[in-house]
Design a protein around this ligand. Structure first.
Ligand code: ZN
Length: 155
């Protein structure tokens, strides 16, 4: 409970806990949060945590995450837990699950990939999880392998 006190309790919204230390800002980037949205966001970075040593926590008020957002957080923070808060109570607590396939994002880094074709209707990106640690995903179409940095840069 001690680390919970570092950032204040929220009435409604989402708490993303157990993010690997140093990855909170990446999680915000994934969610497209720049701070200009008006929601109150609390971030705790490198919080001491019994099991993991250190962790990050992100609290987003008045927003509940979509399943697709949870999937991509899983890629970057595979041990994160997502708590949905309503009226100060945790109504849902889910550990993220690493998806075996990812569709719609990120962009494939191969400029000749069919998903990168422009103009006309591009084919939706589609990746297969190849390795969890280190993170590697492979394009379903051109078989290009992307690592965590590639993924973050191409969201
Ligand atoms: Zn590709």
């Amino acid at each position: 409970m001690e680390d919970e006190l570092r950032v204040r309790k929220i009435r409604n919204g989402t708490v993303i806990d157990h993010i690997r230390a140093g990855n909170a800002l990446t999680v915000l980037k994934i969610l497209g949060i720049s701070g200009g949205e008006g929601n109150t966001i609390s971030i705790a970075i490198n919080v001491p945590s019994g099991k993991a040593g250190r962790k990050d926590i992100v609290k987003i008020e008045d927003r509940e995450l979509e399943p697709q957002e949870v999937d991509i957080i899983a890629l970057i923070a595979p041990n994160a837990t997502i708590n949905i808060i309503r009226d100060f109570k945790v109504v849902e607590k889910n550990r993220v699950k690493l998806p075996t396939t990812v569709k719609g994002y990120p962009r494939c880094i191969n400029p000749n990939c069919v998903t990168a074709a422009i103009p006309k209707e591009p084919v939706e990106p589609h990746f297969i999880l190849r390795s969890k640690e280190p993170l590697r995903i492979r394009c379903h179409y051109c078989h290009t392998v992307m690592d965590k940095d590639d993924i973050i840069k191409n969201l």
